[in-house]
Each structure stands twice: as structure tokens, then as C-alpha cells.
Design a protein around this ligand. Structure first.
Ligand code: HEM
Length: 412
């Protein structure tokens, strides 16, 4: 049994009936079979509840409620760090002159809209489909490295290196630095030991890209850094600081997410040899198969801060309360999806919110889809039927991403 985080006292404005005890980081059942636990919570708790764990915060599980809250940015703010605390944090970071914050995910409209606009063209469906064959070649080289051994841990062998290499290529960073960036991903994802940790890590990520960012200012190439240098925000030229803010967000948002998307998909396929065969016979099925995997195993949990007192989901919430959009719950909510635990390629309603909804809807969804589809397709095409390694069960960790740390599989 994990030692759970301490229980915080219930604030007066939180109704007794709104309380449900769930530690989203350390809950044992979540770390054993994540989406089974999510289904259990949907059965046992109200669609919106308050948990006393991790400092005390709201969790929205229901689909309709997640949808509504994600679109109401005036009440449910993405500005999680009040601007007055930022100078103090910067002062505590030796030698740092800029605190890189993941932009625009940390902003509310209208600022959000202005900072997101320059990124949109680079992530269009057309731009991402153009990368498909390059992504396939990278995937195949990773499969080549393990195919003869008859087994692998999917996470370090494929799920981590692929998005790192795609990220380096897109950004125009040297592919020879893959190992260094994988170490940065590891460090970034390890549990924080102080409040300063996330900021120090974001600074480190920005520092790793600093030289290349500057180099592209005067020597543009065909990459994302060069493209971003050419854009203007409110008619003002780009600054090195804003470039760092964008770069840090793309690092955070594009790596950890795809790693887990690959993990959940391969885990589902490993448990369902019939599906592997079906896709092998008809590769066109991959698009729908990947979408249903995203719905069935939605894994991201964005945070919001309550910006003004509000009654929501039947409960009183107060300005300053913290809230989690528990999207894995939304996509398993039986009020929205009939028989939600079934993996059903023929389901009528296929509109999941694994990529979020509202102004912050995932900018990288088209890239993510290409990466996921290519990996599932190549794994099924190149390997004979693969299965979970019964001696080495998958390992998970909780938090804002319900993550897979290890996924050993075998094939004959
Ligand atoms: C399966 C993979 C992925 C999933 C499930 C996913 C999920 C999400 C979700 C739920 C959000 C909304 C966050 C919020 O409301 O606060 C988001 C935002 C975002 N994602 Fe993704 N993501 C994935 C892959 C990617 C990739 C590959 C990139 C590209 C680098 C990316 C870039 C972003 C960015 C930049 C945002 C912020 C958008 C904004 O604030 O306007 N994501 N993602």
C-alpha cells in the first residue's frame, strides 16, 4: 500500500456531500489498473467532488461538467501562478534572468489567443501529415533495434525515444542530442521535491535549447524555431524570452503525452490479438482504432484555478480553489458514451475529449495522431502477435498524467 498524501481540513464552503477521498497521485487501485479505478470513481462519487488529498482540491469527473468548465475560462482559469509570486521564484533561481513559463497553456483569453495564433500554422493537419513518412522511418529504426530479441519494454524502447526524436527534428535541434533530451524528459517527469523544482526544470530545458534558439535568429532554416522567430505578437517582433516560453511548452506538452498514448495503445493491442490481426489485414482501420484507444484510455488531467466564486456541479466553489479536469473520467462517463468500458470501433458517438476542449484544445493533436497511428500500425505490421509479459506487469504513476512507466511485451 502506498502512503497517501496527508488529509487537509475541509474548508467551510465545501459541502459534506461533495467530499470523496481520492489521491490522484498515489491511489493504489489507480496505480494497479488506472481506467478500472476511474470507472469505479464514476460509479461511487458525484460527477464533481472535492478531495482532501494533495492540499485539498476539486475534481471534475463527468463529461458534461468537464466540457462546460473547459470552455468557461473566466471562471476556470489556466493562470495557475499568480503573477505576484513569479519575481520571488526567479530571485530564488541562481543566475536566471528569465523564468520560462509554458505559453500559451498558462494564459487565459484574450492573451491566450494572441500567443497561440503564431503556433497554429506549424501544427496544421497538412504540416503534420507531411511528416508521416519521416515518423515511420524513425519508428522502424526503433523496432529494428528490438525485433530479433522477442521481447522489449515498450516505454524505453519505443514510446520515449520516438517523440523525443520527432521533437528534435521539428524544432531543428541536432538528433545527436537525443540521449541528453531523454535524460531531460526523465528528470522533468520525476517527482518534484520542492516547490521550486518545476521552475528549475523548465529553466534547464530552456537552457538546453538556448544556443540553438539564438543561432536560428540570424541563421534561419526549415524548422519550427526559425518559423517562430519570423512571427510577430501584436505587431511586436519575437523575443528570446517568448521563444523560450514556447519551446518549454512544446517540450512538456509533446513528449510525455505521446509516450503514454503509445503505451496505452500497445497495452490494449497486446491484450487483444484479434484486433492486431484485424489491423494487419486492413491497415485502414488504424485511424478509428487509434481514436477509440484515445477515448477508452484518456490520460491527461489539466489543472484550473477558480477565478471567481461560483456554484458548479451542485456545489459552492470559491475563488482560489484548485480544480482538476479529470478527462479520463469524462471519456468513460456512461451518461455520454453507451457501454463506455467496451472498446468498440462501431460506436455511434466517437467524439472524445482526450485532447481537451475549448480554447486550450491540444495544439499538437494532429501530430499526436500521426505518431500514434504510425507506431500502432508499424508494431502490428512488423511483429507477429505480441502479448503482455506475464512475469513483468506494467507500472503506472498518477498525477496530471496517468502515466505508464514500464510495459514489457513478448512475441514469438
Ligand atoms: C496523445 C497525445 C496528446 C494528448 C492526449 C494531449 C492532450 C492535451 C490536452 C488535454 C490539452 C489541453 C490542456 C488544457 O486544457 O489545459 C493539450 C494542450 C496542448 N497540447 Fe497536447 N496532447 C498530446 C500531444 C501533444 C503534442 C504531440 C504536442 C506538440 C508539441 C502538444 C501540444 C500541446 C500544446 C501546445 C497545448 C496547449 C494549447 C493551448 O494552451 O492553447 N500536445 N494537449
Amino acid at each position: 500500500m502506498n502512503a497517501l498524501s496527508p488529509v487537509s481540513p475541509k474548508p467551510d464552503h465545501v459541502a459534506e456531500e461533495a467530499v470523496y477521498d481520492f489521491d490522484m497521485f498515489l491511489d493504489d487501485a489507480l496505480l494497479t489498473d488506472p481506467h478500472e479505478r476511474v470507472r469505479q470513481i464514476l460509479r461511487d462519487a458525484p460527477p464533481v467532488f472535492w478531495t482532501p488529498r494533495n492540499g485539498g482540491h476539486w475534481i471534475i469527473m463527468g463529461h458534461r461538467e468537464n466540457y462546460e468548465a473547459s470552455r468557461d475560462t473566466e471562471t476556470f482559469s489556466s493562470e495557475l501562478f499568480p503573477s505576484e509570486i513569479l519575481p520571488g521564484i526567479l530571485a530564488a533561481m541562481p543566475g536566471a534572468t528569465h523564468l520560462p513559463l509554458p505559453t500559451p497553456i498558462n494564459l487565459d483569453p484574450p492573451s491566450h489567443t494572441r500567443f497561440r495564433a503564431p503556433l497554429n500554422p506549424a501544427f496544421s493537419p497538412k504540416a503534420m501529415i507531411a511528416r508521416k513518412e519521416e515518423i515511420r522511418a524513425l519508428t522502424n529504426s526503433l523496432i529494428d533495434a528490438v525485433i530479433e530479441q522477442g521481447h522489449c519494454d515498450v516505454i524505453p524502447a519505443i514510446a520515449e525515444p520516438l517523440p523525443v526524436q520527432v521533437f528534435l527534428k521539428m524544432m531543428g535541434l541536432p538528433i545527436e542530442r537525443s540521449a541528453e533530451f531523454r535524460d531531460l524528459v526523465h528528470e522533468f517527469l520525476s517527482p518534484a521535491t520542492s516547490m521550486l523544482d518545476p521552475f528549475l526544470r523548465m529553466r534547464k530545458v530552456a537552457d538546453a535549447m538556448k544556443g540553438e534558439i539564438e543561432a536560428r535568429r540570424t541563421d534561419p532554416r526549415d524548422d519550427l524555431l526559425s518559423l517562430l522567430w519570423k512571427t510577430e505578437i501584436d505587431g511586436e517582433p519575437m523575443t528570446h524570452e517568448t521563444m523560450e516560453d514556447f519551446a518549454v511548452l512544446l517540450f512538456i506538452a509533446g513528449l510525455d503525452t505521446v509516450i503514454n498514448g503509445i503505451g496505452y495503445g500497445i497495452r490494449h493491442l497486446a491484450c487483444n490479438p484479434d484486433l492486431q490481426e484485424k489491423i494487419r489485414e486492413n491497415p485502414k482501420l488504424i485511424v478509428e482504432a487509434a481514436e477509440e484507444i484515445l477515448r477508452r484510455y484518456t490520460f491527461t488531467v489539466p489543472t484550473r484555478r477558480i477565478a471567481k466564486d461560483v456554484e458548479f456541479g451542485g456545489w459552492q466553489m470559491k475563488e482560489g480553489d484548485k480544480l482538476m479536469l479529470y478527462l479520463p473520467g469524462a471519456d468513460l462517463d456512461e451518461r455520454e458514451f453507451a457501454n463506455p468500458e467496451a472498446y468498440d470501433l462501431g460506436r455511434e458517438n466517437k467524439v472524445h475529449i482526450a485532447f481537451g476542449v475549448g480554447p486550450h484544445r491540444c495544439l499538437g493533436s494532429h501530430l499526436a495522431r500521426v505518431e500514434l497511428q504510425v507506431v500502432y500500425e508499424q508494431m502490428v505490421a512488423r511483429l507477429p502477435n505480441f502479448r503482455l509479459d506475464v512475469d513483468k506487469p506494467a507500472k503506472f504513476h498518477g498525477g496530471n498524467i496517468i502515466a505508464i512507466d514500464s510495459l514489457p511485451i513478448r512475441w514469438d
